[in-house]
Design a binder for this molecule. Sequence first.
Ligand SMILES: Cc1cc2nc3c(=O)[nH]c(=O)nc-3n(C[C@H](O)[C@H](O)[C@H](O)COP(=O)(O)OP(=O)(O)OC[C@H]3O[C@@H](n4cnc5c(N)ncnc54)[C@H](O)[C@@H]3O)c2cc1C
Length: 414
Amino acid sequence: MSKPEHVVVVGGGIIGACSAWYLAEAGYEVTILEQAKFGRQASHGNCGYVSPSHVMPLARPGQVLRGLRGMLSSETALRIDPSRILSLAPWLLQFASRCNMKAVMESGQACHPLLQSSAQLYRELFENQGLEVDWHEDGLLFVYRDEHEFREYEESDAWLRKHFGVAAEPYRGAALTELEPALKPGLAGAWLYRCDGHLRPDRLMSELRRILTAAGVQILEETPLESLQQTKGRATAVVTPSGPIEADHVVVATGAWTPLLHEQLGVRLPIQPGKGYSITMGRPERCAWLPMILEECHVAITPFADGYRVGSTMEFSGYDASLNRKRLDYLRKGAAEYLLDPLGDPVTEEWCGWRPMTSDGIPRIGQAPRCRNVWIAAGHSMLGLSMGTGTGKLVAELISGQQPHLDPVPYRIS
Ligand SMILES: Cc1cc2nc3c(=O)[nH]c(=O)nc-3n(C[C@H](O)[C@H](O)[C@H](O)COP(=O)(O)OP(=O)(O)OC[C@H]3O[C@@H](n4cnc5c(N)ncnc54)[C@H](O)[C@@H]3O)c2cc1C
């Protein structure tokens, strides 16, 4: 029997881990290269939603105005650091050009199949591999305090139903507090997406590590990719501080860091770090049983079996890894406006991470222009968890030359 081909997956987040899993299943020898610790960056403290309902990208009508407001205040969910405006300008202009319904439809059509396939693949993975990740398919609630905004969402619901078959149910008054007794009475209403699920992201990453290791995948931590050795349009090895590692194929799943590798990859991808925060704590006494997005402040609530997370906000401030206390307070204040017991004890983690934000919300998955055996899987924006399994499977199919389970064209690098 011939020796299996060796794939080096660069990046130990959800996208690298899922790619490694499906590649190992397809018979490849796989090594994951991680510059820090496996699963500790964006894939660690996120809100844990696996959300096929999230078809609409961030770039949509009205966002430019919100972004401008967010340059003047730290009391908004979307914040742009004014001192970064020049370096962000090309990305922001691309983003602004997508804030219309034609572009929203195009992004939705690209992301919908990947979201659908990923949700199904997660179910199969959890069942077949016995993964314990605190997985629930109870749905996701979009909660409104403001009557006008609640009613206005009807239009988005109708649009999502018509074009993507994704439908929500409205709840108001006593029906809403009966459904979710943790909410304060007197809110305007909520829309429930039953198609969504949620899990505990850090547990997902540790369970993936367990099955990857059992499948023979080697995980090298504190080992950054420094460069690629290339000959005649092919990468022959990845270069690390401890020396080169030979590879037949390379998958670059480096999330928000991907643009920093533009010289190696031969392409400048439109990805910016979109910083988000979360606070993880013990469950409050009257804990929500449904995950929910508090729509006016865009704060997300995720109940876990043995914990509770308040998260979100979007800050464009470059590669700044500091924890901004004002942003953490923003999460606490937001939760207090909607929930009877908004916070729990003790706080176990205050965290921030960088979403790999593309200007159009479409991830980039495909062959790098410079080397035909280098594959990029990055730019999953606010939905990397929701798109993890579908992306990993697609990467394995593209490398092995199998018929892809979904059309790869919308994600290609060109
Ligand atoms: C507050 C918050 C809430 C979120 N909530 C959700 C949610 O509910 N649902 C959802 O679907 N998505 C959510 N997201 C988005 C999601 O977390 C990301 O889209 C996803 O984690 C991106 O995964 P990734 O593997 O591409 O990136 P990462 O998890 O960041 O992994 C990339 C890895 O590459 C490594 N790396 C980078 N450069 C190199 C190099 N040169 N050499 C070696 N390694 C390298 C990094 O160290 C990192 O570990 C949320 C994000 C945030 C911040």
